[in-house]
Design a protein around this ligand. Structure first.
Ligand code: UDP
Ligand code: MG
Length: 321
C-alpha cells in the first residue's frame, strides 16, 4: 500500500541582520522536525537585505538542507513585507510565521498543529502572558494600544499577541487576498476571522543580537494599525468640531446677554489669545488625522510592489505585487 502523504508545514522566518540568531535557530528547527516526524517541513527564510552574513548563512543552509528556501530583498522592506513574501512562497498545507530570534518557541508547534488538525480550529495563535524583560513604558503603551484597538476596530486583536501562528491553507489564502500595501498583519489576521485557538506562553528574551524594531518604528507601526483598521479618529475629529461649535454658540449667547444686561463690553484679549491657540491647535490636529488617512490612500493608490526580490533559491519572478 502506498504510504500516505504527510502534511507539509511551511515555517516562514523573517530575518534582518540575524547572523547571530540563525546558528541558534537552525538546530532548534532540526530538533522539532525530528520530534514531529509525522509531518514534513519546509523553512522559508526571508532576508530583508541584511548588512551582515545572514544571506550567506541562508545560502549555506539551503545547500546542505533542501528543505531550507530563501528569499532576499533588494533593500529592507520591513517585517510585514517579509511575512507577505514568505506566505506567498509557502507551499505547505499549514503555514507558520516565526521570528528568527527564538522568541517564538518552536516547542509550541506540536500543540499548535494538534489544535488545527484534531481540535477543529483553523488557526493556532500565540500570545505572551507577560512582557518580562521589555521596557515598562513600551509594554504599558502596547497594552493601551490593544485595549483601544479592541474598542475602535472590528479586527479582533489580543494584547501580547505575536505574529507566531499556525494557519490552515484556507486562512493563508484569505490573508494573501488582502493585498494592501500598508500592511498591519495583527489586524489582518483578526479581520479575516476563522476559528483561532490562543495559546499563552511566557515571554522569552531574544536568543542573540538586538531588537530590530526600535521604539519609534513600533510607534509608527501602531499608528498604521489604527489608520488601517478604524475610521473612529475621523469621527472623533467631526465630534470635536461639533463640540467646539456648540461651545462657541453658548459663549456667544453669554456675551450678548452680558452686553445687554450690564452694558459693559466683555474684556477679551487674554481669553481671545487662548481661544485662537486652542482652536488653531485643534484644527491642526484634525488636519493631521485627516492627513494620516490621506497618506494611506496615497500609498495604496500608487500600488508599488510590496517588496523586490534580488535573489532566491527558486529564482522566482523578480518583482511581485
Ligand atoms: N525583522 C525583519 N525585518 C525588519 C525588522 C525585523 O525581517 O525590518 C525580523 C527580525 O529579524 C526578527 C523579527 O522580524 O526575526 C522580529 O524582530 P525583532 O525580534 O527585532 O522584534 P521584537 O521581537 O524586538 O519586537
Ligand atoms: Mg524579537
Amino acid at each position: 500500500m502506498a504510504e500516505q502523504r504527510k502534511d507539509l508545514i511551511s515555517l516562514v522566518i523573517p530575518c534582518y541582520n540575524e547572523e547571530e540568531a540563525i546558528p541558534l535557530l537552525y538546530p532548534e528547527l532540526i530538533k522539532i522536525s525530528k520530534q514531529m516526524d509525522y509531518v514534513d517541513f519546509e523553512f522559508i527564510m526571508v532576508d530583508n537585505c541584511s548588512e551582515d552574513k545572514t544571506l550567506e548563512l541562508m545560502r549555506g543552509l539551503h545547500k546542505s538542507d533542501a528543505r531550507v528556501h530563501y528569499i532576499s530583498f533588494s533593500r529592507n522592506f520591513g517585517k510585514e513585507a517579509s511575512m507577505y513574501a514568505g506566505l506567498k512562497a509557502a507551499k505547505g498545507d499549514y503555514v507558520t510565521i516565526m521570528d528568527a530570534d527564538l522568541q517564538d518557541p518552536p516547542s509550541l508547534l506540536p500543540e499548535m498543529y494538534q489544535a488545527v488538525t484534531t481540535e477543529g480550529y483553523d488557526c493556532a495563535a500565540t500570545y505572551r502572558k507577560d512582557r518580562k524583560g521589555e521596557p515598562l513604558l513600551r509594554s504599558k503603551m502596547a497594552d493601551a494600544f490593544y485595549r483601544m484597538m479592541g474598542r475602535i476596530s472590528s479586527a479582533h486583536m489580543k494584547s501580547g499577541a505575536r505574529d507566531y501562528r499556525l494557519m490552515k491553507r484556507q486562512m493563508v489564502e484569505a490573508v494573501l487576498a488582502l493585498e494592501e500595501n500598508e500592511r498591519f498583519s495583527k489586524g489582518i489576521f483578526g479581520w479575516v476571522g476563522f476559528k483561532t485557538k490562543w495559546i499563552p506562553f511566557e515571554n522569552v528574551e531574544r536568543s542573540a543580537g538586538t531588537t530590530k524594531l526600535p521604539f519609534w518604528s513600533a510607534f509608527t507601526y501602531a499608528l498604521r494599525g489604527i489608520v488601517s483598521f478604524s475610521t473612529v479618529p475621523l469621527a472623533v475629529s467631526s465630534m470635536t468640531g461639533i463640540v467646539c461649535c456648540l461651545a462657541a454658540a453658548v459663549y456667544a449667547v453669554y456675551v450678548i446677554i452680558k452686553q445687554l444686561v450690564t452694558a459693559e463690553a466683555v474684556a477679551g484679549y487674554p481669553s481671545l489669545v487662548c481661544l485662537i491657540l486652542f482652536i488653531g491647535g485643534v484644527q491642526l490636529l484634525m488636519i493631521g488625522v485627516l492627513g494620516q488617512y490621506m497618506a494611506q490612500i496615497y500609498l495604496e493608490i500608487k500600488n508599488r510592489p510590496k517588496y523586490i526580490i534580488k535573489e532566491t533559491d527558486a529564482q522566482e519572478k523578480a518583482v511581485s505585487k
